[in-house]
Structures are given as structure tokens and as C-alpha cells.
Design a protein around this ligand. Structure first.
Ligand code: HEC
Length: 339
């Protein structure tokens, strides 16, 4: 090439020089006048967002969308779990009540038969056993309760409250309804109730039809006014179990909060790592390259070598720039020598 340059006639060389100007960054000459000696503090176009800002914005958008979707799914699952848990508790209480009733009818009542000839022992009554059992549970767990709610009870403590009477009415009005589940506010907080109907069977009528039919011991203890007039097949009351909702809901929102904190922590760690890696592997080497390129562009050939560090692609670019710089150096020298 040197031969060629040397042998070229002068006008041609001038043309080459003119053509070369755009290669030696023409606009940098203009912009860099007067700040040649100043280190290039800010590389990049201020109007454009830096790479790190873009990456961070993209990550934040992905996180925001991801957190919203997973948060929604997680919340729905946790709420469904909490509801299932509460219903399971209520079902378990109902099953225990039925078990106590059954145990009393099969095992306790026959044992008390002899004593019952002289005095009526309520311990033989399944409804009484279940109620007493859960009153003891209620002593330690105030927000759990069980009630043998009855419209016309033998024992006044079993009288249905207004809302229980409504439930019994619903069972009476529709034989197909075997269970009612609902929520209500109580002084102990919101609670879920599970109710099942109690129907009078023919064998119940011994004690629950008329005072005349009832054993004298029952009349003696409970009087003639309550718990009579039941008809076989009629729904006379309901077993009502109440379970607190607050505890399960608090646990669900606690779990949700923990999940959000964990998710945010992972995201924050990811953000820090991505920033550090991006800075070390891309931003810093590219900035150095830009600084060197800018120095070269204003003719400062003392600029350092382009760094061949960072990610493989950046290192490749650095090496390519170094080669280009050498070629440029050579070309300029040839031109200078030629001129
Ligand atoms: C031997 C008499 C007797 C028979 C039979 C009997 N009960 Fe009772 N029942 C009572 C007595 C007494 C009470 C009140 C116990 C107490 O002190 O809580 C009672 C209470 C109840 C209660 C709680 C509400 C209330 O009235 O205080 C229900 C519900 C009940 N019985 C349902 C039945 C059903 C259903 C049957 C038939 C499967 C039945 N009973 C058979 C004597 C009887």
C-alpha cells in the first residue's frame, strides 16, 4: 500500500485525505474543541437512556407484572386454603358431635338404664352429652361453639336463637337441604357456621311427644311445658357448629406477606446482581472503549489500548477496535508520510 500511496499523483492524495475526514470522526472535531485535555466524564448521549436504566426498567416492569399475577394467584390459593381449612374444622367438630351422640346412645344410655328408674340422668341423652362435651372445648377455645339448637327444647339452654331459628325454618321448608354453611359476625369476630337438621324419629316420641307419654322421671326433672309436641319426621332443631374465620384468615395474610417479602427480596438481590454483572461485563468496558475512541477521534494517539475484558462479545469488540486502531494508525502514518 505504501508503494501505491507513494506512487500516486498529488491531486489523488488530496482526494484520499478528503475522503478520510469522515473516517476520522468529523463531528467530534467540532464538539470536542476546547475539551481535548479534559477527561471524558460522561460517555453517551444524554437524551438516550443508559443501558443499566433500560435493563432496570425492564426488570421492574417484569417484576411488577409477575408479582401482580403471582400475588393474585397466591392470594386466591391461600384464601381457598383458609376456607377449606375452616370448613374442615367445622366438619371435624360436627363429626365429633355425632360420634359423642352415637357413643352415648350405644354405650352410656344402656349402662344408666337401671339408675334411670328412680331419677332421670341427662348423661344418657345424646344431645346433652354432645353439648356438654363441646362446652368444655368452648372453655379453652372461646370462639368455637356447638349448639343443639331446638325450637321447642326440653332444656331451655338449647333454645334456638333468632338466626338459628331461621336456619331450622329453612330445613323445615325444604327436606332436600341437609346442610347449611354460612358466615356471620359474632362478638368474638367473624365465624363460619355449619348446620345440619335434627329430625324427630318415632322412638324419640316416648319423651318428646306429650307429658303424659313421657317417663315420670323426665317430667319430674324438666316439667311438662318444654320439649313436647314433636312429630315423627319433623325437623325440630339443628346441630350448629361455629368456627372462627379470623385465625385462618390471619394465617393466610401472614403467609401472603411472607411470600411477598420473599419475592421482593429475591427481586432486589436479582437487581443488584444484574446491575453489578452488567456494569462489570458491559457498561464499564464499553465506557472505557468509548473514552478511548473519543480520545483517538480527536487525534490523541497516546490513548490506552482498548480493553479486551468483560463478556466474550465485549472482549471481541475490544480486540477488533485495537486492530482497527492499528490499521487506522498505519493508514494515517502512510498518509502523513505520503503528504
Ligand atoms: C328417654 C327420654 C328421651 C328420649 C327417648 C329422647 N330424648 Fe331427647 N331429650 C331428652 C331430655 C330429658 C333432654 C334434655 C337433656 C338436657 O338436660 O339437656 C333431651 C334433649 C334433646 C335435644 C336437645 C334439645 C332439648 O330439647 O333440650 C334434642 C335435639 C333431642 N333431645 C333429640 C332427641 C331425638 C332426635 C331423639 C330420638 C332419636 C330423642 N331426643 C329421644 C329425653 C329424651
Amino acid at each position: 500500500m505504501s508503494d501505491c500511496a507513494g506512487s500516486r499523483p498529488a491531486p489523488q492524495r488530496v482526494r484520499v485525505r478528503h475522503r478520510l475526514h469522515p473516517v476520522v470522526p468529523i463531528h467530534y472535531f467540532g464538539r470536542s474543541q476546547g475539551r481535548r485535555d479534559r477527561p471524558v466524564a460522561h460517555i453517551g448521549d444524554k437524551k438516550r437512556m443508559s443501558l443499566l436504566v433500560r435493563v432496570n426498567l425492564a426488570l421492574i416492569v417484569v417484576f411488577a407484572v409477575g408479582a401482580t399475577v403471582t400475588g393474585f394467584v397466591c392470594r386466591t390459593v391461600l384464601e381457598a386454603n383458609a376456607e377449606r381449612e375452616i370448613r374442615t374444622e367445622a366438619g371435624l367438630m360436627m363429626d365429633s358431635a355425632l360420634a359423642v351422640r352415637d357413643y352415648t346412645a350405644r354405650e352410656i344410655a344402656p349402662l344408666l338404664h337401671a339408675q334411670m328408674q328412680s331419677v332421670f340422668l341427662p348423661q344418657s341423652v345424646p344431645a346433652y352429652a354432645a353439648t356438654e362435651n363441646f362446652l368444655r372445648v368452648h372453655d379453652t377455645r372461646r370462639d368455637y361453639s356447638y349448639h343443639e339448637a331446638t325450637l321447642n327444647p326440653t332444656n331451655p339452654r338449647d333454645r334456638a336463637t333468632d338466626w338459628e331459628a331461621d336456619i331450622i325454618e329453612r330445613f323445615r321448608n325444604d327436606n332436600a337441604v341437609h346442610e347449611i354453611v354460612g358466615e356471620r359476625d359474632t362478638p368474638m369476630g367473624r365465624s363460619l357456621f355449619l348446620a345440619r337438621p335434627i329430625s324427630a324419629q318415632p322412638e324419640c316420641l316416648v319423651c318428646h311427644s306429650t307429658p303424659e307419654a313421657a317417663p315420670a322421671t323426665v317430667i319430674e326433672k324438666y316439667g311438662r311445658n318444654n320439649g313436647f309436641g314433636w312429630q315423627a319426621g319433623d325437623v325440630i332443631g339443628a346441630q350448629v357448629v361455629s368456627v372462627p374465620i379470623a385465625a385462618a384468615e390471619t394465617a393466610a395474610s401472614g403467609a401472603f406477606r411472607t411470600f411477598l417479602i420473599a419475592l421482593s427480596t429475591v427481586f432486589a438481590a436479582l437487581l443488584v446482581v444484574v446491575n453489578l454483572v452488567m456494569y462489570a461485563l458491559v457498561v464499564r468496558p464499553v465506557r472505557r472503549m468509548a473514552r478511548i475512541a473519543e480520545q483517538l477521534s480527536v487525534g490523541d494517539m497516546s490513548a490506552a489500548e482498548f480493553p479486551a475484558t468483560g463478556g466474550a462479545e465485549i472482549a471481541l469488540l475490544g480486540r477488533a477496535f485495537n486492530r482497527m486502531r492499528k490499521s487506522l494508525d498505519k493508514a494515517l502514518r502512510i498518509l502523513e508520510n505520503g503528504a
